[in-house]
Write a protein that binds this ligand. Structure first.
Ligand SMILES: [Zn+2]
Ligand SMILES: [Zn+2]
Length: 152
């Protein structure tokens, strides 16, 4: 049994004036210094039959000239491994629960291309994933279930 205590009559003081401005500035500063990772979804791919990252969307617009209309179906998720686009379905995302250390290189801040510094970010991926994409540097790399191509 969980007892919930609801206190009444206590009014929380609103952050007014400068304190809220300072808070917003701090959030902006934090956002600039710590960029948020992009969303990477993991799904069982219909194209290659593997669990892969689907980090981009594809949307096909159909122009119907006669009816002067444009139909835009829901975006399809594109496989990072084989480029197969598949429609989204309820519960198609696979839970990412295994930590993976990124082996990619960071993006340069000013010039285009990759810097020589390793990304090294740890992100979560499903244990069944053969291909994963780093949400920080977008590097597509072998996942926890990847079969080593070279036999040692
Ligand atoms: Zn695929
Ligand atoms: Zn990375």
């Amino acid at each position: 049994m969980v007892a919930m205590v609801v206190r009444s009559g206590i009014v929380e003081p609103e952050p007014a004036g400068w304190s809220s401005v300072r808070l917003a500035l701090r959030e902006l500063w934090h956002e600039m210094r710590h960029p948020t990772p992009r969303a990477v979804r993991y799904m069982g791919c219909d194209g290659c039959g593997q669990v892969t990252s689907h980090s981009s969307d594809q949307r096909l617009y159909t122009l119907r000239v006669a009816e002067r209309g444009v139909t835009a179906p829901p975006p399809k998720a594109v496989c990072d491994e084989c480029g197969h686009a598949q429609p989204r379905a309820m519960g198609d995302e696979i839970l990412a629960d295994v930590p993976v250390t990124c082996a990619g290189r960071r993006h340069r801040r000013i010039r285009a291309g990759r810097s020589r510094r390793r990304c090294g970010q740890v992100f979560a991926a499903p244990a069944a994933a053969t291909v994963v994409a780093c949400p920080w540097c977008s590097t597509v790399q072998p996942g926890p279930a990847a079969v080593p191509s070279r036999s040692s």
